[in-house]
Design a protein around this ligand. Sequence first.
Ligand code: NDP
Length: 383
Amino acid sequence: MSRSISILGATGSVGEQTLDLLRRNPGDWNVIALTANSNVAGLAAAAREFEAELAVVADEKCLDDLRDALSGSGIEAAAGRSALCEAAARPAAITVAAIVGCAGLGPVMAAIEQGGTIALANKEALVSAGEVMTAAVARHGATLLPVDSEHNAIFQCLQGGKIADVRSITLTASGGPLRMVEDLSAVTPEQAIAHPNWDMGAKISVDSATMFNKGLELIEAHHLFPVGLDRIRIVVHPQSVIHSMVEYRDGSTLAQLGPSDMRVPIASCLAWPARMDTPMAPLDLPAIGEMTFFAPDEDRFPATRLARQAAEAGGAAPAVLNAANEIAVAAFLKRQIAFSRIAVLVESVLEQGVLPPAPRTLEEVLRVDEDARTRATRILEPA
Ligand code: NDP
């Protein structure tokens, strides 16, 4: 029997890799909704190929083009933020949340309210909403499965174990493409995006280069696996073979290993609690040869320190950190600021004035996000 699935952010890196897995298992899946921001051609092609019920673009200006691209197919077309949330709210056995940034938060919350299974790649949504999201998951009886390779690794290592028995969690980090680059102020977007191990969208690639990706993952892990922040460590492991580890109180450490290919954790979520085939070659340890590990250099890459401080402060701080980082990354990609200013900008926004009170609803999270974006933009473009 086929399972129903919706993919939010179907035209992105995670979205396309999810579609690749569906393509390899024809007949197993019934596609409900596919969404994109403005990539009409990619969205319409995927919607036609997988015979989706509904295709949605966030950018309302693209609606006529989407309707044209889908004409004669019988697939519904819609546009705008509320249409995205309506697509996410359509009942589906599993929803892959793969929109980039806090823009995905509303749709993720709409999917959670359906009480189904959400395969969450969109880490910024969980970082920003924190307890607002975890409380909604509990309230609606939804299941949150982590797609992020590190969190998926931890999730797998925790099967059969108890959080109370965990001594520590270790998030591995590749260190990104700039670990060995001396002058970070001269780094170009092209250099920052050229990740040595993973092929990902532009924003997360820059986050990997600054180490904000690991910082966001620290906050994500803190919400998904409540062992206490002081028990979540970060270690740089440039080969990206071990995706993360869980150490238990008896001294056993369990690790999940695999290729640097997001189809592995995506497949783990799609099939969970069973397993499914992927096109991965068997793990060849002699070919890998050696695995190395280093402590992160927080003087050169302050992002993990800033993220830990925001997580410790709690309340609105993680949403502020995330929003400021999104503005800074966008400005860096447009060559408006130097690479090394990304962390400086985030720190300035976090330190500016008094933090807003802890948000208790989705609307309050979105207000904190909007306010932090405005403040970050003002620092970048003083009046
Ligand atoms: P991409 O940039 O490749 O894709 C983003 C997707 O979101 C696209 O479908 C894009 O549509 C859509 N989108 C962008 N902006 C908006 C918006 N404002 N409203 C609605 N939809 C929007 O990102 P990735 O696939 O790399 O990453 C997606 C998420 O998964 C991120 O949160 C990232 O941190 C996380 N992740 C990604 C990994 C990876 O390997 N790529 C690994 C682990 C986590 P369009 O194509 O039209 O622009």
